[in-house]
Write a protein that binds this ligand. Sequence first.
Ligand SMILES: Nc1ncnc2c1ncn2[C@@H]1O[C@H](COP(=O)(O)OP(=O)(O)OP(=O)(O)O)[C@@H](O)[C@H]1O
Ligand SMILES: [Mg+2]
Length: 255
Amino acid sequence: MSEFILETRGLTKEFKGFVAVSSVDLKVRTGHIHALIGPNGAGKTTVFNLLTKFLPPTSGSILFDGKDISREAPAVTARRGMVRSFQISATFPNLTVLENVRIGLQRRLGTEFHFWRSAKSLDALNGEAMALLEAVDLTQFADTVTAEMPYGRKRALEIATTLALEPRMMLLDEPTQGMGGEDIARVVELIRKVSVNRSILMVEHNLSVVANLCDRITVLTRGSVLAEGSYAEVSKNPKVLEAYVGSDDIADAHH
Ligand SMILES: Nc1ncnc2c1ncn2[C@@H]1O[C@H](COP(=O)(O)OP(=O)(O)OP(=O)(O)O)[C@@H](O)[C@H]1O
Ligand SMILES: [Mg+2]
């Protein structure tokens, strides 16, 4: 296993001459929860889209577990074990929570088109799906139609469908977006739990979440890496404070 599960070298993305991601060197240590933060429009989601091959880079390279995966098809990269929550795992609103997780499991097994599967083999998947629901504390919602789930619980379902693919690395784009205190605390604990024996790269605007959860932080502004380090280091960095001007958030988040 490599020291760094994920590395980018000079990763660059231009949109019609506009440089959204500019020569980014990112290193995520194996086993870490790593945060990618920065103001709106900094290029965070574009980095995720490059990592998952949703977008081709203009230049630069991506290494996963030491292997150059830059030119690989998205499905191949996902199969290597780098999966973005709600990339593959977009949930079907009219199916139950259990059915959604079961579809995730079928995807892992590569049998999603085998509609002829016997009831018995589906039952076997049910057991595994229930175990995943238990892991994300959604047992009570197993038979709930997904559209009727409380908002704060939907992220947990997305994480469960991602876990069904047994990823070595999970990419989470704003996992606490739109949530209030209690739901945020629950998602933070869930991420901590699922981070055991895997690596996580997450985009997160809530800086107290970052301070509490993340081992390492990369700050992106206008497409470029501004700073990298622990929360304590990054939050003291004058360049970072300047980028977050008008918000005292970055210094206050660490309580
Ligand atoms: N497909 C595209 N075509 C043109 N410009 C784009 C495209 N995607 C993103 N951009 C631009 O690239 C820049 C970076 O966008 P991106 O969505 O990566 O930022 P972000 O850091 O995720 O922001 P936010 O915090 O608001 O989610 C923005 O200026 C955006 O307008
Ligand atoms: Mg974004």
